[in-house]
Design a protein around this ligand. Structure first.
Ligand code: IPE
Length: 272
């Protein structure tokens, strides 16, 4: 039997992106081998307490788009129809969430499911309230808290999307994690011509993010990356290192959890 996790060790916040745990181009498909390996890497951490959040990938984005859940309701549209869309998407992301929980249990961890739909709310698509207490309580009780990008109540729109990146950022002040590790299917933030050789940006700075914004012809593929880079900068501004690494190579996630920063792109903590 592995020794129990140190209940007072430093906290590391890990986000498994939808791109690494699901097949992006197929509707509602997980990547079973990758998910099972990542669950093991997270479950095997003993000297730190991990708080995990995961994205929705192909279980959430297609439905969210179809039902317009990231946008304001169209004038005259029915709240009942929006609620129906929200319910369908929420059910699908919970199906993925259950698979993540099961893999963690299989890997020997004790995950506690923390759905922020009951502890967070948006206003016009922006997070206005998130109560971190359920995460703290499950950590104190010896669990590995696991949350996920979800459909949450929205004061203006009825319901809207809360991404796991935003959850990670919102949890930073309460958890004061040692670092935040975003895991995706790319090696980091890439720079270079869209068709030529691209290299990983080692250090994410405001200048790097500004350049992403002004890069012509990349709007489609960098929409997600740009948002993530902005979240990483905000985490760094709150005094915590934030990295984006690939989860495709064996052991990269466990190394990053333990403090390795030689792979991926990192936004370094700025003293406030
Ligand atoms: C999206 O969460 C939530 C829904 C679409 C319901 P994320 O934005 O964190 O998911 P990924 O990582 O991009 O797939």
């Amino acid at each position: 039997m592995a020794p129990p996790t140190d209940r007072s060790g430093p906290v590391v916040l890990v986000k498994l992106g939808g791109s690494i745990i699901t097949r992006k181009n197929e509707v509602e498909k997980v990547r079973p081998k990758v998910l099972s390996r990542l669950a093991k890497e997270v479950a095997e951490v003993r000297d730190r307490r991990v708080v995990l959040v995961h994205g929705a990938g192909s279980f959430g984005h297609p439905g969210a788009k179809r039902f317009g859940l990231a946008e304001a309701p169209r004038p005259g549209s029915s709240p009942v129809e929006r609620a129906r869309g929200a319910a369908i998407v929420a059910a699908e992301v919970r199906r993925l969430h259950l698979m993540v929980l099961r893999e963690l249990v299989r890997a020997g961890a004790s995950p506690a499911s923390v759905p922020f739909a009951t502890h967070a709310r948006n206003r016009a698509g922006e997070l206005v309230h998130l109560d971190p207490a359920p995460i703290d309580a499950s950590l104190d009780a010896g669990f590995l808290p696991v949350s996920f990008g979800d459909v949450v109540p929205d004061e203006a729109w009825g319901s809207s999307i809360l991404s796991a990146d935003t959850i990670a950022l919102a949890l930073v002040p309460a958890l004061e994690p040692e670092r935040v590790v975003f895991v995706s299917d790319v090696e980091g933030i890439l720079e270079g011509p869209p068709t030529g050789r691209r290299t990983v940006v080692r250090e994410v700075t405001p200048e790097v993010v500004a350049a992403l914004r002004s890069s012509p012809g990349r709007a489609d593929v960098t929409g997600g990356i740009r948002g993530k880079a902005t979240v990483m900068l905000a985490i760094a501004a709150a005094g915590v290192d934030a990295g984006l690494i690939s989860g495709l190579s064996d052991g990269a996630v466990s190394r990053a959890i333990r403090g390795a920063t030689e792979y991926g792109s990192w936004a370094r903590a700025r003293s406030t």
